[in-house]
Write a protein that binds this ligand. Sequence first.
Ligand SMILES: Nc1nc2c(ncn2[C@@H]2O[C@H](COP(=O)(O)OP(=O)(O)OP(=O)(O)O)[C@@H](O)[C@H]2O)c(=O)[nH]1
Ligand SMILES: [Mg+2]
Length: 350
Amino acid sequence: MSIEFVLLGVSFGQAKLAKLRRELLTPTSKGGGGAGEGFDVTKSGDARVGLVGFPSVGKSTLLNKLTGTFSEVAAYEFTTLTCIPGVIMYKGAKIQLLDLPGIIEGAKDGKGRGRQVISTARTCNVILIVLDAIKPITHKRLIEKELEGFGIRLNKTPPNLTFRRKDKGGINFTSTVTNTHLDLETVKAICSEYRIHNADVSLRYDATADDLIDVIEGSRIYTPCIYVVNKIDQITLEELEILDKLPHYCPISAHLEWNLDGLLEKVWEYLDLVRIYTKPKGLNPDYEDPVIVSSKKKTVEDFCNRIHKDMVKQFKYALVWGSSVKHKPQRVGKEHELEDEDVVQIIKKI
Ligand SMILES: Nc1nc2c(ncn2[C@@H]2O[C@H](COP(=O)(O)OP(=O)(O)OP(=O)(O)O)[C@@H](O)[C@H]2O)c(=O)[nH]1
Ligand SMILES: [Mg+2]
């Protein structure tokens, strides 16, 4: 009995906290504060990658080395005061890299330019959390907390659970697996915190209270993240080996340009982009300038839309060469899913 009460207490607390966080993010009056507003930098290219970290970890140095763009570098903190975009051309894709001001603890609650930085991070396809190899590794968790508090979920997939509001019938809880975190009482407690008294909740895995809160609140963003540990020129080989155990990690020295190729390869992997080569009728495919689509939206229709918004209206069928098809070429419709490095020829209606 007492254990149940403790559990209930935890979930009450979590739900309350989550609600508080949301209220913090909601602007209190129109035009006031500008909460949730990022920096005014236009999205361009095929994907956007953001550099997030404490001051002086080497974000600007990294932007300069990777993109050739100039962003001021200095030994003092808060050198960068706004968002500076640069461009990386990689495997035919144009990747926008954003240098951002350093954030501090409490950034999500409005300290420094934190909110603007994190709002901009929300618009990125991949986030690079830059850490200083000579600073405590606990900094990793501090930065994660700031991003999480702003609704960004790092290297996570959306919770596989259904939450449906109803008009009546109370709270209904079903699960296809054994749950160690949630039971009917906890689910009811969380729902009541949001003044929800009628809903169906069904789980297909061992979800936590936080997972349920994420789904109830919505507006979560699921972003792949790489922990870039910079300044490895300052540590010993033994220390590097310990760092090596971190998941999603990439060691570099921006200043000495160590392992920047390794970092780009990892960024490419986490962006999970698909390159499609176009083949005009009677000509060779254009291998220099692929059309880039995301691996989540890679149908022939998505490909057409990347070229021109009206293209799909004239679409009759497509000929495809590559790993998504058996025959070379194969005739496909606009629902067909393409794979990396496929060659496509669009046949239009006459
Ligand atoms: N030893 C070493 N120093 C580095 C490296 N990268 C950057 N630095 C130094 O670290 C200091 C801070 O670098 P910046 O690139 O300005 O850092 P930042 O993260 O952009 O800092 P803010 O804009 O203040 O947030 C500078 O003195 C750099 O020369 C590296 O790989 N090794
Ligand atoms: Mg900087």
